[in-house]
Design a binder for this molecule. Structure first.
Ligand SMILES: Cc1ncc(COP(=O)(O)O)c(C=O)c1O
Length: 432
């Protein structure tokens, strides 16, 4: 299992290769990990005696009270480790072990061994990873349509985006192979070869499509990535919002090479405002993200981390997974209501497939050339809003027949009204 030697430096750009550990942060780590008998006049930590917050107690929605341990509160108020609170990292690591059983968790290879960094939401981890790996002109493989937040990171980095087609079962391996067959697997050993080095995808509850990458396709895709030595960015904030069990195994769960950077998010399950996500991947690459964190945010908010950790500790892994099931059940009911209303008002006008997870329905209007004007100008006048599909396309200036509808917040009655208004709008446009 440990036999494939990974050359991680080929995934990193000049900026990232040039990063060194921040000397001040290294000292902070030494202080944090030393016994109390150490006298440090080295660090620039402020004196916490003048920080006003003493205790934090929370009331949860089930009415229970949670007092956060005073020593955790004290630590939350001070600078802490750039990779995150060790207790939170351990909790997440145990969860990853239970849910994904990553083959790289307990291995001896110091470069590919699984490591975790707590990020400011998964967006932060995705942004730092793309900024560490992509240079202008690079070929980057992206599932399309794709998450607009990722396109917004990528566009200024000026890569050449290779658009991999997808359907309700996620990325189509044949589409990936069509691109890759322009090269030979051994080209990945040539330093200046244009062979793509990164594949980005959203495997569950696709944003915007609601698609779900199947296990069979994942195996094919992972094999292609092995052959061509490609790093997989598994952006999976809707993993726990899958509408049927068992969960489809992740890329992380099959990652015997250490070629998966997996992005998890607490935003859809616990809180989006806390801004906590986590990145799990091979140590050689995670270390580069930590070095970036050392000089950017320094670390994720200590307050958010201890509040999240205390809630997660109270729930335990079983409680957390039960909570995820409740949230997924809710979204599944919302999905069903959304599909019922789409059937009622949009049959004959739009096409769609049943989302397998997440919070989005992706609608195609074959008789409409471009939804952009329709939605951005006319829909607002009818007091209804959707996202025009071009927001999720690599070239957003091209006409697009799709729009994204979100079913996370709206009641069944409002979905009824919203699709009725949309239907009237489309019919007006078609002069029906
Ligand atoms: C596919 C995808 N990736 C990443 C994110 C960012 O989530 P977070 O709140 O964890 O930063 C989102 C949020 O909507 C998303 O849909």
């Amino acid at each position: 299992m440990d036999w494939i030697k990974m050359n991680y430096s080929r995934f990193l750009n000049v900026t990232s290769l040039g990063r060194k550990p921040s000397p001040i942060r290294v000292l902070t780590e030494i202080v944090l990990n030393s016994p109390k008998t150490l006298i440090s006049m080295a660090g620039g930590m402020p004196n916490p005696d003048f920080f006003p917050i003493q205790d934090i107690s929370l009331t949860l929605k089930d009415g229970s009270k949670l007092n956060i341990d005073t020593s955790l509160v004290t630590r939350a108020m001070q600078y802490s480790s750039s990779s995150g609170f060790p207790e939170l990292i351990n909790w997440v690591k145990d969860l990853q072990e239970r849910v994904h059983k990553p083959p790289t968790l307990g291995i001896t290879d110091e470069n590919k061994k699984l490591d975790i960094i707590i990020t400011n939401g998964s967006q932060d981890g995705i942004c730092k990873t793309l900024e560490a790996c992509v240079s202008a002109g690079d070929n980057v493989l992206i599932e399309v349509p794709t998450y607009a937040g990722t396109l917004a990171i990528l566009n200024p980095l000026q890569p050449k985006i290779l658009e991999i087609e997808s359907d309700k079962d996620g990325i189509i391996p044949g589409s990936l192979l069509r691109y890759l067959s322009k090269w030979k697997p051994e080209d990945s050993k040539k330093p200046n070869c244009s062979i793509p080095r990164i594949l980005y995808c959203v495997p569950n509850g696709g944003n915007p499509t609601g698609s779900q990458l199947t296990w069979e396709r994942k195996k094919e895709i992972y094999k292609l990535c092995q052959d061509y030595d490609i790093l997989i960015m598994e952006d999976d904030p809707y993993f726990y919002l899958q509408f049927s069990k068992p969960y489809v195994p992740s890329f992380l769960s099959m990652d015997e090479d250490g070629r998966v950077m997996r992005f998890d998010s607490f935003s859809k399950i616990i809180s989006s405002g806390m801004r906590i996500g986590c990145l799990s991947g091979p140590r050689a690459l995670v270390n580069k993200i930590i070095q970036h964190q050392q000089v950017s945010a320094v670390h994720s908010s200590g307050l958010s981390q201890v509040v999240l950790f205390s809630v997660l500790q109270e729930m335990g892994h079983d409680g957390f997974l039960q909570h995820c099931d409740k949230v997924a059940d809710f979204y599944k009911r919302q999905r069903d209501a959304c599909l019922a209303m789409a059937n009622k008002h949009l049959s004959g006008l739009a096409e769609w497939f049943e989302p397998s997870g997440g919070m989005f329905l992706w609608l195609k209007f074959p008789q409409i050339k471009d939804t952009f004007k329709l939605i951005s100008e006319k829909a607002r006048a009818k007091e209804v809003l959707f996202v025009p599909g071009n927001a999720f396309m690599v070239d957003s200036s091209l006409p697009c027949q799709y729009l994204r509808s979100s079913f996370s917040l709206v009641s069944s009655e409002d979905m009824d009204k919203a699709f009725e208004r949309l239907s009237a709008l489309i019919k007006e446009e078609l002069n029906q």
